[in-house]
Design a protein around this ligand. Structure first.
Ligand code: UDP
Length: 333
């Protein structure tokens, strides 16, 4: 089945991988992106419409330029710390922007949406692994903005027949194994690229003593005191989007459905660093720092519902293999 898909935020990290996955599936891809965090060259051969979600006229221009069957919405600000410092940016981009997108979809008769949501909507976990029916009490503005859109989607499904699948990602990691897309953030705040950047510095002759890497806290109630996260390969996230998109287009998914995307296995920050040492062969060092505001000790997802609803299983279950794809991309940059 071919489809015309609009990938909103297709110039970003996960969106640019989605462009490749959708094209490989034979879909026609248009990207809408304001390039505030993404990169024009990351959309490859897809058509790019540069515009801003906060501007309904930009959205109308985009929707008039194509006859879209389906929208995938990746365009959000996604730094927890920044969301605490500048919540206005987050509410404007992530809430107002997403509502503008939904209303543009309605104006132009597009009824299917795959929405990038997050495990940050759960807040402090009461049980591990976290199932979808776990209470959602986000502890930072970023998580709240995503939860608000999940809630709007339930109301838009009932009132307007907009069908959606919200995919709650755990920690996206890794890069296209063929090296065509990768993880680029500016500034970079995520653990894996920062550890690998440190390895690259060492490979280029840097002194291990001058490490720029800080581990945010070793006094959490975990096996080594550092935070545990569930790392899921970006290609596995994209595979779930394709499956969800196909089910929506086939009319097999109605309403507003929420699914976790996770591997179901957790690694501490120190275990990630040790795995990066194995993969890169570099003696990566770090400094121990204070906790970062808003970090729950442990986030591991229960993805059985995605398996049942979509027939989705992560293909990348080895942390080392996930890290190798990120390392290959970083070295080739
Ligand atoms: N982390 C760290 N040092 C860094 C960046 C991240 O110790 O320079 C920790 C962070 O506190 C969290 C884990 O690594 O426990 C994953 O953080 P990341 O920002 O990659 O993803 P998040 O879990 O915030 O989505």
């Amino acid at each position: 089945m071919t489809a015309n898909v609009l990938i909103v935020g297709g110039a970003g990290y996960i969106g640019s991988h989605m462009v490749l996955a959708a094209q490989e599936a034979g879909w026609n891809v248009t990207v809408f992106d304001n390039l505030s965090r993404g990169f024009a060259d990351a959309v490859g051969s897809a058509r790019l419409v540069q515009g801003d979600l906060r501007s309904p006229p930009d959205l109308d221009r985009c929707f008039q330029s194509g006859d879209f069957d389906l929208v995938m919405h990746f365009a959000a600000l996604a730094y927890v710390g920044e969301s605490v410092q500048a919540p206005d940016l987050y509410y404007q981009n992530n809430v107002v922007g997403a509502l503008n997108l939904l209303d543009a979809m309605r104006r132009h008769g597009v009824r299917h949406l795959v929405f990038s949501s997050t495990c940050a909507t759960y807040g402090q976990p009461r049980e591990i692994p976290i199932p979808e029916d776990h209470p959602q009490r986000p502890i930072n503005p970023y998580g709240r903005t995503k939860l608000m859109i999940e809630q709007a989607l339930a109301d838009y499904a009932d009132a307007f027949g907009v069908n959606s699948v919200s995919l709650r990602y755990f920690n996206a990691a890794g890069c296209d194994p063929k090296g065509r897309a990768g993880e680029r953030h500016d500034p970079e705040t995520h653990l894996i690229p920062l550890v690998l950047e440190e390895a690259l510095r060492l490979q280029q002759g840097g002194n291990p003593e001058d490490t720029g890497l800080t581990v945010f806290g070793d006094d959490f109630p975990t096996r080594d005191g550092t935070c545990i996260r569930d790392y899921i390969h970006v290609d596995d996230l994209c595979a779930a989007h394709l499956l969800a998109g196909r089910r929506l287009l086939a009319g097999e998914m109605r309403g507003a459905i929420c699914l976790n995307l996770a591997n179901g296995a957790g690694f501490t920050v120190l275990e990630v660093i040790e795995a990066c040492r194995r993969v890169t062969g570099e003696p990566i060092r770090f400094r121990m720092g204070a906790r970062r505001a808003g970090d729950p000790p442990e986030l591991i997802g229960d993805a059985r519902r995605a398996s049942g609803e979509l027939g989705w299983q992560p293909a990348w279950t080895s942390l080392d293999a996930i890290l190798e794809t990120a390392w290959d991309w970083m070295r080739a940059r």
